[in-house]
Design a binder for this molecule. Structure first.
Ligand code: FAD
Ligand code: SF4
Length: 481
């Protein structure tokens, strides 16, 4: 096995197979558990080139099949292997509007890397690390890259509701086709979950800012502080634009429905993370939105949101930051890397336990939580083994903050004001594979169609819908008609 970069990229498959997978550099666990700086530090140039040379440049490109936006993976990796980073960036950006984001938060281990042929014999190519390397290189060398080509304006106007990854991707695709795109965003800054949900230590805001700025340079207009359904109506949008893409996410939190949930110190993960990430509650500056800095924090849930909340609580100073999850680690939906990082940072994992009640301290604040111990039973509809309470097996844990991260639902604010938009029984918008809804010219995608999913699936929907909107407009149609 070798870790030296060969002089040349002219390597036999055997030589490529002999190179070890690159390791991600990380901030020291003890130090990072007390700061909000990024945990992963990226690959050094030589390491990235070596990693790229592990790629076998397969003819059947299995990795691309695993990517919902069909990034040209072997092609961009080939450029990295040749040290042509500008060429790699150009290829990457042509298929992915948010490469710096995806290189950091995509679950590559179950997508492109899961299908990588090299994974059949050893470790797959570190596609995510390479994507991040190229995106960061492009950010640092912006002046060396050609300015984006913008076609002549078509004169057709498209409205996008929501500036999360779904909305931003659709906006970029449509602007590149010459359409006049306006994104309406309810919050005061664009990015959706990328900004208000995923913390700085996983996805720095400067990356979101840079990728949003790149879309604005294509002509995309973003109007923040506009709640569609309140500030403006869907009717107004339907009168003022030729087509519309709704990607307003699924931001309504689900609660536990156990006694004590109204005590002071109980947060939904959505509120907790928004206070910290979007409102800067961790910055310690006067006048900022406050957040309670618990000493003993219980986070209920096992997904990425739960991991982000518990690691945030730890960074805010919690002596005990505890995950309570009703199944085992094998069933946790969170990314493997997030679970590993949380453990390294001192987060306690209490598995097969679920809250029965949140107990007050006698003063209206959280004092403890009573937990039910569980065992795994038969598989449920999701295919995961169902947690079953063990009669009489309980424990009480002292805590001063409880964060509930057990899922999200569709927010009815927009849909309630648009009665001809067909919804399913859970309140999500019904849309076909192209994103077409029950209203001609109105498309939808991302979490508001799928339920809480992933960044890249929302981006894939944005891309599909943009192509369908372009076809709709090319036929001379308009939702105004
Ligand atoms: P969102 O990102 O939710 O964006 C929707 C936007 O629409 C928001 O900005 C919202 O303010 C705006 N909006 C809502 N209603 C209106 C309205 N009426 N008018 C105007 N604007 C409106 N996925 C991963 O792939 N990897 C991860 O590591 C990961 N971590 C996550 C961590 C957390 C804490 C959370 C909550 C989710 C995470 N996810 C992760 C899931 C992923 O972020 C989402 O699936 C994705 O962001 C969905 O994108 P979207 O564009 O559909 O919606
Ligand atoms: Fe390279 Fe793996 Fe894709 Fe093959 S499957 S082209 S080895 S990244």
């Amino acid at each position: 096995m070798s870790t030296d970069v060969p002089e040349t990229n002219e390597l036999t498959p055997k030589q490529r197979m002999a190179i070890d997978r690159a390791a991600m550099r990380e901030q020291d666990a003890a130090a990072r558990s007390r700061n909000f700086k990024e945990v992963n530090l990226g690959l050094a140039e030589e390491v990235a080139v070596l990693e790229a040379r592990r790629c076998l440049q397969c003819k059947n490109r299995q990795c691309v099949e695993g990517c919902p936006v069909r990034v040209s993976i072997p092609e961009f990796i080939a450029r990295v292997a040749e040290r042509d980073f500008a060429g790699a960036a150009e290829i990457l950006k042509a298929t992915n509007a948010l490469p710096g984001v995806c290189g950091r938060v995509c679950p590559q281990e179950v997508q492109c890397e899961a299908l990588c042929v090299r994974g059949l014999k050893g470790a797959p190519v570190a596609i995510g690390y390479l994507e991040r390397f190229v995106a960061d290189w492009a950010l640092a060398h912006a002046e060396e890259l050609p300015a984006p080509k913008i076609p002549a304006p078509t004169g057709r106007k498209v409205a996008i509701v929501g500036s999360g990854p779904g909305g931003l991707t659709a906006a970029g695709e449509l602007a590149r086709l010459g359409h006049d795109v306006t994104v309406f965003e309810a919050l005061h800054a664009p990015g959706g979950v990328l900004r208000y949900g995923i913390p700085e230590f996983r996805l720095p805001k400067r990356i979101v800012d840079a990728e949003v700025a790149a879309l604005e340079s294509l002509g995309v207009k973003i109007e923040c502080n506009v709640i569609v359904g309140k500030t403006i109506t869907m009717e107004e949008i339907r009168r003022g634009f030729d087509a519309c893409f709704i990607a307003n996410g699924a931001g309504l939190p689900v609660f536990l429905k156990v006694p004590g949930e109204n005590l002071n110190g109980v947060y939904s993960a959505n509120e907790f993370l928004t206070r910290v990430n979007l409102m800067g509650a961790y910055l310690d500056e006067p006048g900022r939105t406050p957040v309670i800095r618990g000493r003993q924090v219980v986070v209920v849930g096992g997904g990425n949101t739960a991991m982000d909340a518990v690691r945030t609580a730890r960074r805010l100073g919690a002596e005990r930051a505890m995950i309570y999850y009703r199944r085992t680690e094998a069933e946790m939906p969170a990314r493997v890397e997030e679970i590993k990082h949380a453990k390294e940072e001192g987060v306690e994992f209490h598995l097969l336990e679920a809250p029965l009640e949140i107990l007050g301290n006698g003063d209206g604040w959280v004092g403890a939580a009573r937990m039910q111990k569980m065992a795994l039973g038969e598989p449920d509809a999701s295919g995961r083994r169902r947690p079953v309470p063990i009669p009489g097996a309980e424990e009480t844990v002292d805590c001063d903050v409880v964060v509930v991260a057990v899922g999200v639902r569709a927010n009815p604010l927009l849909t309630a004001t648009c009665p001809d938009l067909k919804l399913n029984k859970w309140g999500y918008i019904e849309a076909d594979e192209q994103g077409q809804t029950s209203i001609p010219g109105v498309f939808a995608g991302g979490d508001i169609v799928r339920g809480g999913a992933t960044v890249i699936l929302a981006m894939g929907d944005g891309k599909q819908a943009a192509a369908a909107i372009h076809a709709f407009l090319a036929e001379g149609k308009s939702m105004r008609a």
